[in-house]
Design a protein around this ligand. Sequence first.
Ligand code: T1G
Length: 686
Amino acid sequence: MTVTITREDAVAVVTVDNPPVNALSQALRQALVDAVAELDADGTVKAVVLICAGRTFIAGADVSEFGKPPLPPHLPDVVASIESAKKPWVAAIHGSALGGGLEVALGCAYRVAVASASLGLPEVKLGIIPGAGGTVRLPRLVGPAAAVDLVTGGNPVGARKVEELGLVDAIIEGDLRAGAIAFASDVAGKPLPQPLSSRAVPAVEAGFWEAAEKAEAAKARREVAPLRALASVRKASEADFSTAMAFERETFLELRGSEQAAALRHVFFAERAAPRPPELAGVTPRDIRSAAVIGGGTMGAGIAAALRDAGLPVVLIERDQAAVERGIANVRAIYDGSVKRGRMTQALADERMAGVAGGDDYGLIADTDLVIEAVFEDLAVKRTVFEMLSSVCRPDAVLATNTSYLDPDAISRGVSHPERFLGLHFFSPAHVMKLLEIVPTETTTPEVLATGFALARLLAKIPVRAGICDGFIGNRILKVTRAQAERLLLSGATPSAVDAAMRAFGLPMGPFEAQDLGGLDIAAFQRKAARERGETPFAPVAERLCALGRFGQKTGGGWHDYQPGDRAPRPSETVAAIIVELAAGRPQRAWSEAEIADAILLPMVNEATRILEERVALRAADIDLVKIHGYGFPRWRGGPMHYAETRGLAEVVAVLDGLVADGLAEPPCDGLRRAAQAGRFSVLSD
Ligand code: T1G
């Protein structure tokens, strides 16, 4: 970490260089305070430019310091020293000015930025709130409404937008350093602008705060930080500066030590570690400059759009021309939807579509770097596709299957150069869902596996290596979720109560609502395949519903009933009658929401532990990422494994043993008992 001071006539340039993202470590905070004192004492300095080396301005406090006691100088003091400096400080922003980085910039007299910069206060994404004046100075500069949006959402905003808000004083075209120095030279010697700390917060209309709190509470689903951040902005508009600063700091320190913050930090670092697994360190991936997708259905079209969004030219192959046209239409529908929702301009949508070619001649992809198969989930059909690909594609082309349930080893039998084959399991909709399970076969080389991870980085996906078993990581655990949900129905709970309990836990929807949305027939198809493999999936009620043609919303009823045009689930008498019949003779009991959540989540953790033991997953954090990015598990819980560790694995085992005694769960696996003794899952992957 270095902070260097250079001079351009009367302008001093303070350059921060603390790779990788100029985070505000203790050393950097100290160096900034020292720089203020040094430059204030130098009468020849009339203005100061604060700029950063590397790819970004200050990206915030050093998150890796959060688990330790905060050391002085504390950031509020650093910001206050810059704000009370005798010379105007100009923050010169490129890359991301986030969290403490934006707070430092708010302490500066002026802010200039390049047009590509983004600015924001993402603290709520880490389960905290800004802790150095972000919720207090920001509303004084941009007004309460804009401040509330920035602070409660935590999403960075582009420089042009923030210029409109008045958050930056100028957009610098061309060289930032030169432009900032020119700006500083221009303001040097002029009266200093009023510091934000002494400005008033613009008034809001009556009811503004109540409406904002109501809206935020509706979104929160028990996530704490956004509402606390809102309260801090409100305090800033209703109290004097120092009272508001104290309120913010107190809230920040309290949340910093909270379980939700620890969980969100766990996810933050897990997401950053995922694209570069240690087992692939030093392995060079193959170049991917062109791609093809076999199959233009929902998954194929989504994958094609994801590849296009990453800038790759894509060829969509289908069995005949009519199917090709349907496939292309599916891709176009994705972009039309984005344009309709204002997420993309028509021009960009057209540019994306221009890069998608379609055909039924495999010869079109003879020179393609990567081919992803996304055809019907049938082994024979998939093998036929790979026989064709083996005969037309370059021997070094990477061949991948998007199967979600079949065995990639079985699919790859007969593929020429099988070392270039792997599973790339996307989640629907593939151009939206961040998760990518990467499934190497017995013959996949490390180089090809590394190519899968490189592709994930290119597509901005969260990659997780998954070993081969039925359902890989995510769907294997999902089977347990569903079986447990059915066991609860046969023990006295109702579909509505189970869904409500899981929503109360923080999931976007319960297991039965989710099946009604996706369709019960998909799981029925998988159970049929499982039975053919000699397994005995537990789904007595679902089987009955499928036999009645109750496949969910698309048939007007599944686990719940639905009125035409209305997605609101309603309790079903038909389902209730089937449950009563199938539950006959089984012990019934009343279930609290917490007990329902335990009866589903803890067996999931048990199955996830087996997955770790079998090294189908290499790290517990990988399983957390799978459930968060593929199955809506609440981020602020950190994922099922982090949640279980935080709860205490000994307690998890004890509750599971209780469920076992009631015949409602499988016994804890050896790995879980071992992890419980150690108090952590890493003992299984050490
Ligand atoms: N602290 C420590 N390390 C950080 C970091 C941070 N704030 N941000 C990133 N890193 C590391 C990251 O772990 C990775 O390490 C490397 O930098 C590159 O990150 C008082 C208290 C800036 C947009 O929430 O959003 O300020 O894996 O892969 O895709 O109010 O990083 O290479 O070893 O993500 O180019 C608020 C978090 C903190 C911003 C760059 N700030 N960072 O994205 O790179 S709270 C944030 C990001 C705060 C104050 C409060 C992104 C990025 P490694 P990367 P990227």
